[in-house]
Design a protein around this ligand. Structure first.
Ligand code: GDP
Length: 531
């Protein structure tokens, strides 16, 4: 993060590209919906979530997601709020999709962490937080569901500080909790925010105050609660660190807002926080050099590929984070991996309600590029320069299964479908050296169900997964002659992945140790950089 960098051009500086991380049920969907509502991207609440039992956001494309009520696919949504352009990149909430989540987080500059005021830091919050920390992402915290019985405010803050080893500074302070929850005192702007329980979509009434001694406070808060508020804030000022923007930008401090997403409470303050504290589009790392957002030439990288977003059109959309420059529709960019020019004639911006043709986009934006499979995760697009953006890993799958088409006549089709999902990053597909068929590797068991359902839905091929004799995969790299020896002696363990790279498959850690010992010039790795 650059501390003293000159200001970015204003179109770039106003961009805020971020993701929401949360344990399932903490309120991510509800908060997203309110963002879109206040951003003018939807007209009323309830559009994001379908009515009744089927929960879904506009970012959910699959029937399975609706059936299970989980959000499987990440997508991007853009909306304006005040002078800011927000790009919200949706992270899949389920723990089975951690790899996808990881890659999503390579495309953002900040994250909003939502926690449930009654539950505090939960397992998935912690995991996602760790991923953010790997990249030193600035994090803003939203403590949700304050309209319900919540834990003691100091206790929540302590838990975050201790569990996540990050300084916490309150941006607002809750007044009462549960049924007595009145609202919050905005510590950054000396305002009183009052929650309206009658209308969930109404934004809180805001009372500008001259500090905590302002007599107008007594008009809105009963005396005993007011005394408590004053006591608590005196303690806050003594015990908790004040907001420090640099510490925040370095990921060492998180401001926390207390609110209730469903009651639209605290959401605007959070949006203002994202806008005012930032950061704007950050430099992106490439093997050759860091790429700054205000460089005049357009560069970007693919962090996600989604196939068949619209079942009527067999399209694939590559999600590209623009790292620099000002993109205009029709531009010819160089696809660095193939060194081929690519005219980007029909890019899409994700303006919540619908996919919309993007006429222009700036560094920090996410654009979707429909394509027929040329674009893969990790690919760079530039105006000619050879750049390889780094830090987009592929993880070794933790679960492996054989896949079969129930109808053997469809085997060839199945191969095509599998390769497509592999390129999308939805699964690893391995072709064993010996024998026929494919082995599919995933990070979480639920992904097998998702795949089977998608292959049926999108390709009309019924498939069956069967146990595999293997449970681990390692990529093989290193000295050519050594690899050749290794492969010749261990053929029954060798397969190639969808890029043609060699992998070693086994069930035993012992096997991996043995190969490492016997072939010192070869390397077995659990991750591979995608580029
Ligand atoms: P997600 O799984 O993180 O996307 O969570 P959702 O947004 O779907 O919310 C989970 C549940 O909590 C839903 O039943 C919401 O209606 C409810 N919820 C969300 N925000 C609030 C809130 O501020 N107060 C209360 N009481 N419930 C909320």
């Amino acid at each position: 993060m650059l501390d003293n960098a000159p200001p970015l051009p204003s179109e770039i500086a106003r961009r805020r590209t971020f993701a929401i991380i949360a344990h399932p049920d903490a309120g991510k969907t509800t908060l997203t919906e309110k963002f879109l509502l206040f951003g003018g991207a939807i007209q009323m609440a309830g559009q994001v979530r379908a009515k009744g039992e089927a929960r879904r956001t506009r970012s959910d494309f699959l029937k399975l997601e609706q059936d299970r009520g989980i959000s499987v696919s990440a997508s991007a949504m853009s909306f304006d709020y005040r002078e800011y352009r927000f790009n919200l990149v949706d992270t899949p909430g389920h723990s089975d999709f951690s790899e996808d989540t990881y890659r999503t987080l390579t495309a953002v500059d900040a994250a909003v962490m939502v926690i449930d005021g009654a539950k505090g830091v939960e397992s998935q919050t912690r995991k996602l937080f760790e991923v953010c920390r790997l990249r030193d992402l600035p994090i803003l915290t939203f403590c949700n569901k304050m309209d319900r019985e919540a834990r003691d405010t100091f206790e929540i803050i302590d838990e975050i500080q201790e569990n996540l080893a990050i300084d916490v500074t309150p941006a607002s302070w809750p007044i009462g909790s549960g049924r007595d929850f009145l609202g919050a005192y905005d510590l950054l702007n000396d305002r009183l925010e009052l929650m309206d329980r009658a209308d969930r979509n109404k934004v809180a009434e805001s009372v500008k105050l001259d500090g905590l001694d302002d007599p107008r406070l007594a008009d809105h808060i009963p005396a005993d609660m007011l005394a408590q508020l004053r006591d608590e804030i005196a303690m806050v000022r003594e015990l908790l660190p004040a907001f420090d923007r640099q510490a925040f930008l370095h990921g060492a401090m998180t401001p926390i807002w207390f609110g209730s997403a469903i009651n639209s409470f605290g959401v605007k303050e959070l949006m203002e926080g994202i806008g005012n504290f930032g950061p704007g589009p950050q430099p992106q790392k490439a093997a050759e050099r860091p790429v700054a957002a205000d460089e005049p030439k357009v560069t970007g990288f693919v962090f996600k590929v989604q196939a068949n977003m619209d079942p009527k059109h067999r399209d694939r959309v590559a999600f590209v984070r623009l790292a620099s420059g000002h993109f205009e529709r029709g531009m010819k960019l160089t696809h660095v991996r193939s060194k081929k020019p690519m005219a980007v004639t029909n890019p899409v911006l994700f303006l919540a309600a619908d996919r919309e043709l993007a006429e222009e986009a700036w560094a920090g934006d996410i654009i979707g590029i429909p394509n027929h499979g040329q674009l893969r995760i990790g690919d760079a697009l530039t105006e000619g320069e050879t750049l390889r953006f780094t830090g987009i890993p592929s993880f070794a799958p933790e679960l492996l299964q054989n896949i079969r088409a129930t109808d053997p006549m469809k085997a060839k089709h199945l191969e095509k479908a599998l390769l497509q999902f592999a390129e999308e990053g939805a699964a690893k597909v391995f072709r064993p050296m010996i024998g026929s068929g494919f082995i599919v590797g995933v990070v979480g068991a639920l992904q097998f169900d998702v795949l089977a359902s998608r292959i049926q839905l999108e390709y009309s091929i019924p498939v069956r997964f069967e146990p595999s004799q293997f449970s681990s995969a390692r990529w093989i790299s290193g000295d050519k002659a050594e690899i050749e020896k290794l492969v010749n002696v261990n053929k029954q363990h060798i397969a190639s992945d969808s890029d043609g790279d060699l992998v070693f498959l086994t069930r035993l850690q012992w096997d991996i140790d043995r190969v490492v010992r016997d072939y010192p010039l070869a390397k077995l790795t659990a991750t591979k950089e995608m580029m």
